[in-house]
Ligand binder design. Structure first.
Ligand SMILES: [Zn+2]
Length: 84
């Protein structure tokens, strides 16, 4: 889901649980959960256990992981090493 990844990029390096993320982007929790699980496959986001910044409960969180990918925005699908 574009909205989820865009929100996480904009608020990096903050961490959010699925429920707070869903509230922030105003989508269904289930949809956001699936989007968040899918994001980790891109290796740009890390999914780990920690404390949510918003509701302060310890949960499985999704967070922005690789700051270097910011420079490659618009070049999704290309490895950073291929861009000179
Ligand atoms: Zn939360």
């Amino acid at each position: 889901m574009e909205l989820v990844s865009a929100y996480l990029r904009a608020s990096a390096p903050r961490t959010y649980c699925d429920a707070c993320l869903a509230f922030a982007v105003q989508e269904a929790v289930e949809a956001v959960h699936q989007a968040a699980e899918g994001l980790t496959e891109q290796e740009q986001f890390a999914r780990k256990t920690g404390r949510c910044r918003t509701c302060r409960s310890t949960k499985r969180l999704v967070t922005r992981a690789a700051p270097t990918t910011l420079a490659c925005k618009g070049s999704v699908g290309l490895a950073p090493t291929l861009i000179r």
